[in-house]
Design a protein around this ligand. Structure first.
Ligand SMILES: [Cu+2]
Length: 498
């Protein structure tokens, strides 16, 4: 068995993935562009080594202050793992932290024992231990990996990396960028604020940080050429921050969500809502006559905009007109749910601060049936939140994070299921299902235009969605909010597939 060293890349390697040159150059401004990343397609018998350990990185622009972090293979983000669709993947995880950890392969339809959820699918990987993860990369797309134990702390400290599964025949682009977008809550000396799972964060929007980075660099300047076609793979690795991305008029085509192809289209909203856990692949064409900077900005909170990156147009045009080659990605081998005969389930999320009015509104408008509400246990606790000693957040009236209740629901092997997911709270929630991808059938009763496949569906306050999937992967699978402080506060649970 051959050992690969691709997960031991240099700092320069990550910035190549970003499309940037170096952190120092980022502070100065213009950065030369690079190729498609540090890691090339690997041999299918290779073992990838991933070690989690403390280290320090330079996050603050031009400050020289080092931030102690926890990182995979010494860098934030951790090593980019790039494999080919259909490849057998073997990752040997070495936990060099002072606490137990694990690796969850977010979005990848792995065997249950490889899903990396201590207490549900495996034992915690203790300090000094190793664990071998093996799975087949059957779906192409943009995925990522992170711990699934003490997640609010371990992700906030820097433990995350990208897993790219290449299509057999990728769409033609001039370059590809993989951007892991994160935010950091830092103290004055650059250290990570060590207060995790604070009561305010848990009951409100989660842990938001004031420093936004892409691949560990704040507001990088990235050189692009006129007429250049770029595949931009975005991954939201933040604990809690939902980004509303303003592409500065570039109008890129969305070609995949959560790894899976969608009909290429330019989103018809002024900003692209991008929640924790989600991935989005865009094809971005730099106008052939463009010049100057395109400043990408997060506009989620009015008055609290965050600069994301600057695309700096320079050099000779790649082509005189926008590239006309196809953007459509080949479909992944996902099982199509049988909607006529599907089992129907409901998930009702309640709790958090200021949610009582939302719940009342949904009952009054008939979105939540009174009968179902009546069945929901501990609803009064849920409506009162912390004041009654119940969980901060609840699903179907229960607090699965803090008790030993069984699965939210169980499905037969191969059974189709349609789940109505209702956000009866005043907050945004990206709901993530492990081990499967689901179609988002409708939002607030209206069919979605693209019936997109996702593993993380973002629900706005008071929003209701229907998702459908085939339970073809046996085991216990987490179904939880990917705002990690919400999950900590009870927005969690699992389903069981026979
Ligand atoms: Cu949430």
């Amino acid at each position: 068995m051959k050992t690969q060293s691709i997960l031991r890349p240099s700092r320069r390697g990550f910035l190549q993935t970003l499309g940037a040159g170096s952190a120092a150059a980022a502070a100065l401004g213009v950065i030369p562009g690079f190729g498609r990343g540090l890691a090339h397609a690997t041999n299918s018998n290779a073992t990838h080594h991933v070690a989690a350990a403390p280290t320090s990185v330079n996050l603050l622009p031009a400050g020289g202050m080092q931030t102690p972090v926890w990182a995979y293979n010494g860098t934030v983000p951790g090593g980019l793992l790039r494999v080919k669709q259909g490849e057998d993947v073997h990752v040997r995880f070495d936990n060099q932290l002072s606490e137990a950890s694990s690796i969850h392969w977010h979005g990848v339809r792995v065997p249950n024992a490889m899903d990396g959820v201590p207490g549900l699918t495996q034992k915690p990987v203790a300090p000094g231990e190793i664990f071998d993860y093996r799975f087949n990369a059957r779906d192409a797309g943009t995925y990522w990996y992170h711990p699934h134990i003490n997640s609010p702390t371990q992700l906030a400290r820097g433990l995350y990396g990208a897993l790219i599964v290449e299509e057999a025949e990728p769409v033609a682009v001039d370059r590809e960028f993989v951007w892991l977008i994160d935010d950091w809550r830092l103290g004055e000396t650059g250290e990570i604020d060590p207060t995790f799972n604070g009561g305010h964060d848990v009951g409100h929007a989660g842990r938001l940080g004031e420093l936004v980075t892409i691949n560990g660099v704040a507001n990088p300047a990235i050189a692009v050429r006129p007429g250049e076609r770029i595949r931009l793979r975005l991954i939201n690795t933040a604990n809690a921050r939902v980004f509303a991305i303003d592409f500065a008029g570039l109008a890129p085509h969305l070609v995949a969500l959560d790894g899976h192809p969608v009909t290429p289209h330019v989103p018809d909203t002024p900003v692209f809502l991008f929640a924790p856990g989600m991935r989005a692949d865009f094809i971005l064409d730099v106008p052939p006559d463009a010049s100057g900077d395109f400043a990408l900005i997060d506009r989620f909170f009015d008055g609290l905009e965050n600069p994301l990156a600057r695309l700096r147009v320079q050099g000779n045009p790649v082509r005189g007109d926008i590239a006309q080659t196809s953007m459509a990605l080949p479909a992944n081998p996902l099982p199509e749910p049988d909607l006529q005969n599907a089992r129907r389930e409901q998930l009702l999320y309640t709790g958090g601060m200021m949610g009582g009015g939302v719940l009342r509104h949904l009952v009054e408008t008939g979105k939540i049936e009174a009968g179902f509400l009546g069945e929901v246990r501990s609803m009064a606790q849920s409506m009162m939140g912390m004041m009654t000693g119940g969980g901060v957040w609840m699903v179907n009236g229960r607090d699965p994070e803090r008790d030993e209740l069984g699965p939210l629901f169980s499905l037969g092997n191969g059974e189709s299921c349609v789940v109505t997911v209702t956000n009866a709270t005043a907050w945004y929630h990206p709901i993530h299902l492990h081990g499967h991808a689901f179609r988002v059938l409708s939002r607030d009763g209206q069919p979605t235009r693209y019936q997109e496949w996702q593993d993380t569906v973002l629900l706005a306050p008071a929003e209701q969605a229907e998702i459908a999937f085939v339970a073809d992967n046996p085991g216990d699978w987490m179904l939880h909010c990917h705002i990690l402080e919400h999950k900590f506060g009870g927005m969690s649970g699992f389903i069981r597939t026979a």
